[in-house]
Design a protein around this ligand. Structure first.
Ligand SMILES: Cc1cc2nc3c(=O)[nH]c(=O)nc-3n(C[C@H](O)[C@H](O)[C@H](O)COP(=O)(O)OP(=O)(O)OC[C@H]3O[C@@H](n4cnc5c(N)ncnc54)[C@H](O)[C@@H]3O)c2cc1C
Length: 568
């Protein structure tokens, strides 16, 4: 069978990928989307609280500006964000949000009919636009409608396993059709990844199980560096017991955090911003209360919404109420919600510029899989949905320009089939594997190690242990067995294949974190408590080698604001 070919091949069906697909289609190119799940099942659909843009619609935010949004983003990042990138993102924000509104996104409204905006952590103004507490759902369905309207071809339940590269140029992908278990080569002039984060390398994650990081690992294996992967966001409020996210909007709407004594403990840690401090600080404060014995038995604190009243909760936080009732049997109108911090977001990712371009020609990335970098060492809530629509659009536009100027047409069958044989060989060897090691046990140990030893509070001893454990798990992975060898919908085999990728990412995270001898944003070391701008105001770059990652560093672009102490 001859290979397939598309001018612009998009991997992923979430917000970043679909936005890129729309842009390339509107540029008149042949576009196809390959996604492991139906687009509207992407993790973007789970986003709750909202998307940031300096629209200045809120009563108390009338003098908000793009520049203030950019500064809050840079300060939130603990000055590790590239400032021109943060300025680009915040300047594009109003355009992209209003575009979503015009495409039909059902945003919540102010009394005079404008898009409503609520306060969020680390922001000086109410600038988070929302659709109740189901903003991702509203945005993703709107985006998907636009893709359908344009007849964009979507290959659902196809998982990309590898890139195809010829002389330093990306020429397509190798992908698995999950329905029949066949693996296919697909040629392309440009490939754009919108494959999401890597949350499920960690235990206690708010991310859906499809958030495996495979896109990052595939790029890394193809020689594209991963940037700042040691910066992992822990969200302050996930449901105690199963870590379903309880949106920051619960605090944005006025919720309080209380310890076992009933105290609003945030006054000790962020006296001005209180519950609306940035996520790294609030997560550490909660964990400190728990560690020092002021949590509730079992290890949690209370998110108290009872004073907000039934009407506000029903109108602004209906999904939070449902989650709380369904998962822990607590109605937040009547009783506080038990919460603990959980892994939530990957600040680092595939190294790109503001147009999504990478060091590999013809290969682009946008959304959570990419690191532009706008989030630096700590992302502000609401800036991630923004990143998907801004940089999805930019990557789509730039890739289209590239294809129009440099398109080479179909790659040779030899190139594609050589790569196919290599990838299929790996896949078939794993399908036949019958070693003594259970992949589920390896996965569980990896997740527990990462959350316990490369978690909210880190030190050299714990991280050295983590690096050693991950190395041991990589060895054990070589002796793994699979439980099911069928071809159709073999998710067991796919998850085991991806476990090898996750172990590579876990190593990059743990080693990058161990090497970074300072505390910055989400990376909080008890043995190096201070930020060290003299030595560590730089991006970590991890390069793939057969023996593990090789690290070097890249300067941070500081063009407007000099680093200062972060106070909230
Ligand atoms: C519970 C939750 C709530 C959140 N709330 C907010 C919020 O209120 N505001 C905010 O700004 N941010 C929020 N975030 C973060 C934000 O939602 C995500 O960062 C963002 O939606 C990621 O979008 P994406 O398009 O990059 O990737 P995703 O939406 O994760 O999509 C990834 C896509 O890639 C596909 N894919 C992955 N690997 C492969 C492969 N190898 N082959 C083929 N397809 C592949 C998947 O099928 C999927 O379609 C939240 C995150 C979570 C988990």
């Amino acid at each position: 069978m001859p290979s397939m070919y598309h001018q612009v091949l998009i991997v992923g069906g979430g917000l970043a990928a679909l936005r890129a697909a729309i842009e390339a289609k509107d540029a008149g190119l042949g576009v196809a989307v390959f996604t492991r799940v139906h687009p509207v099942r992407s993790h973007s659909v789970a986003a709750q609280g909202g998307v940031n843009g300096a629209l200045a619609n809120a009563e108390k935010g009338a003098d908000d500006t793009i520049e203030k949004h950019a500064f809050d983003t840079v300060k939130g990042s603990d000055f590790l964000a590239d400032q021109p990138a943060a300025i680009t993102m915040t300047a594009d924000a109003p355009k992209r949000i209003i575009e979503m509104e015009h495409w039909g996104c059902p945003f919540s409204r102010t009394s005079d009919g404008k898009i409503a905006q609520r306060p969020f952590g680390g922001a000086g103004y109410p600038r988070t636009c929302y659709a109740a507490d189901k903003t991702g759902h509203a945005l993703l369905h709107t985006m998907y409608e636009q893709a359908v309207k344009r007849n964009i071809k979507v290959y659902e339940e196809w998982t990309v396993l590898s890139l195809v590269v010829e002389n330093g140029v990306c020429r397509g992908v190798i992908a698995l059709d999950l329905r029949d278990g066949d693996i296919h080569p697909i040629g392309a002039d440009a490939v754009i990844f919108g494959t999401g984060g890597t949350g499920r390398v960690y235990g206690r994650s708010t991310n859906s199980i499809i958030v495996t990081g495979s896109g990052m690992a595939i790029a890394y294996q193809a020689g594209v560096p991963l940037k700042d992967l040691e910066f992992i966001q822990f969200h302050p409020t996930s449901l105690f017991g199963n870590n379903v996210l309880i949106t920051e909007a619960a605090r944005g709407e006025g919720g309080y955090l209380r310890n076992v004594n009933g105290d609003r403990f945030m006054e000790k840690y962020a006296p001005k911003a209180m519950e609306l401090g940035p996520r790294d600080i609030v997560a550490r404060s909660i964990q400190t209360e728990i560690n020092e014995g002021r949590g509730f038995p079992g290890g949690y604190v209370a998110l108290d919404l009872t004073h907000l009243g039934a009407q506000k909760i029903l109108e602004r936080l209906p999904a939070i109420r449902d989650i709380s009732i369904n998962f822990v049997g607590i109605d937040p109108i009547e009783k506080p919600i038990p919460i603990q911090p959980g892994q939530h977001y990957t600040m680092g990712g595939i190294d790109t510029d503001v147009d999504g371009a990478t060091t590999l020609k013809g290969f682009y990335a946008a959304g959570e899989c990419a690191c532009v970098s706008v989030h630096g060492a700590n992302r502000l809530g609401g800036n991630s949905l923004l990143e998907t629509i801004v940089f999805g659009q930019r990557a789509g536009a730039h890739a289209s320009q590239y294809v129009k100027g440099n398109g080479r047409g179909r790659p040779s069958e030899d190139l594609l089939f050589d790569k196919l044989h290599e990838v299929r060989g790996r896949w078939e060897r794993l399908r036949a594997a019958d070693g003594p090691e259970d992949p589920a046990a390896i996965r569980d140990e990896m997740k527990a190690t990462m959350i316990e030893k490369v978690g909210i509070f880190r030190d050299a001893q714990k991280m050295t242990d983590a690096v050693e454990t991950v190395k041991r798990l990589q060895d054990r992975y070589q002796k793994v067995h699979v439980n099911y060898r069928g071809r159709r919908f073999n998710l067991d085999l796919l998850r085991t294949f991806e476990l090898g990728m996750k172990l590579q990412l876990a190593e990059v995270i743990a080693r990058g974190a161990l090497d970074r001898k300072e505390s910055r944003g989400s990376h909080a070391r008890t043995d190096y408590k201070d930020r060290d701008d003299a030595n560590w105001l730089k991006h970590t770059m991890a390069h793939h080698t057969p023996g593990g990652p090789r690290f070097d560093y890249k300067p941070v672009e500081i063009t407007k604001w000099q680093p200062e102490a972060r106070r909230y």
